[in-house]
Design a protein around this ligand. Structure first.
Ligand SMILES: [Fe+2]
Length: 385
């Protein structure tokens, strides 16, 4: 997040003493790319090392499904029952070396702390609200929010009611597209959102509390549990550029054009080997001869995953809220028969969807197999599909 933020108390100069009631506080530099990337400096009541491993590291198991046919897929997630809390309830759908996409339908509170020690996360909130309590301060969230969480952020979801999250995580950084920013990091006039749409943590709450707390760190493809003797949110102040933030999809300003505007105009985030785009309600192409839905296209080295949030999607029949279509690399896709003609003259769309386009093939989990609608590949009327 390219905007400097400061919360609580920090000394006038970095790397100098800060005391509270005579106690020398522990300064922690949390940063990326050695000491050359974005960073924040935090001041803890205690050294941020009070971890005792409380159980063996365990790998996050993925049961892989290798489909017997290379075809387009439609996964119906609507009926997936809630499971666990907003982190342990996550269930991987697809992944490759760059990105992992998981679903999380949860209804339980999270009485423990989490840190992703090996990747950034973007959580899209399809349904639900609450607070992500973090060591940077509280981050309220609501339906439609993207919650952007840099690696290393210790947090706890405090959900209010049932939650439906789409979780995108990556070992590479997930950032605002470079082309939206000037050399200072400020969002440019043509960017589809502005700094006012990006919400950093609110006031800092410092916990000086002894007890028995559990922290689970995702690392090396698994989870390591630690026991903490003090509350991990013991930060009295921090400043810098690295912190979690939210952006609501309703604040993404869609572009419309005289003829079809392609997906890069809807890009919201960039990652290593993938992009995230937001398809939002908007006016459609106004040229008298325009075809106001996508043409057939083959993004030859891309896999296109679209999560349908609400509204009707003009180029796709049979999808519903919570549907996911996955159009794999190597094949063309586009409107199903009859939809081009039906779209002619349409002047607006109420579709709301999140797309994750990857540049390397995705692997499917057993959950994807469970949710797969085998009839989808035949919805273009293809023989044998
Ligand atoms: Fe597409």
């Amino acid at each position: 997040m390219p905007v400097y933020q400061c919360r609580g108390e920090v000394p006038a100069k970095r790397h100098t003493q800060l005391r509270r009631a005579g106690l020398l506080l522990a300064e922690e530099v949390m940063g990326l790319e050695g000491f050359s990337g974005d960073e924040s400096i935090l001041y803890h009541l205690r050294q941020p090392l009070g971890y005792e491993p409380s159980e063996e590291w365990r790998a996050i198991e993925r049961d892989e499904w290798v489909p017997g046919r290379h075809v387009h897929h439609h996964l119906r997630t609507q009926g997936l029952p809630p499971m666990g809390d907003p982190v342990l309830g996550r269930r991987t759908l697809v992944w490759n070396d760059d990105v992992e996409v998981a679903l999380c339908h949860s209804s339980q509170p999270m009485p423990w702390f989490y840190r992703n020690g090996e990747g950034d996360e973007v959580v899209f909130v399809h349904q639900g609200q609450g607070v992500v309590a973090t060591l940077f301060g509280d981050l309220p969230y609501r339906t439609g929010d993207y919650i952007v969480i840099p690696r290393g952020t210790t947090l706890r979801f405090e959900p209010e009611g049932p939650q439906r999250h789409l979780v995108i995580s990556s070992p590479g950084p997930i950032t605002i597209p470079r082309r939206y920013r000037n050399a200072s990091g400020q969002l440019l006039e043509h960017a589809p959102y502005y700094h006012r749409d990006c919400h950093p943590p609110g006031a800092l709450r410092t916990h000086d509390e002894a007890g028995d707390f559990t922290l689970r760190v995702r690392i090396r493809g698994g989870l390591q549990s630690y026991r903490l003797r003090h509350h991990p949110f013991d930060v009295v102040g921090w400043d810098g550029f690295l912190y979690p933030w939210t952006l609501n999809i309703a604040d993404f300003e869609p572009l419309a054009g005289r003829i079809h505007v392609p997906p890069p105009a809807h890009q919201t985030f960039e990652g290593r080997g993938f992009v995230v785009c937001s398809f939002c309600p908007r006016k459609l192409d106004w040229d008298p001869l325009a075809i106001p839905i996508p043409y057939y296209h083959a993004n030859l080295n891309s896999e296109e995953l679209i999560y349908y949030v609400s509204g009707s999607f003009g180029s796709r029949r049979g999808v519903e809220a919570g549907s996911i279509t996955l159009h794999p690399s190597g094949l063309a896709h586009g409107p199903q028969p009859g939809l081009v003609e039906a779209a002619l003259g349409r002047t607006e769309t109420d579709e709301l969807a999140v797309m994750c386009d990857t540049f390397q093939p995705l692997r499917f989990s057993g959950l994807a197999q469970e949710l797969d609608d085998p009839g989808y590949a035949g919805s273009w009327g293809l023989a044998g599909a």
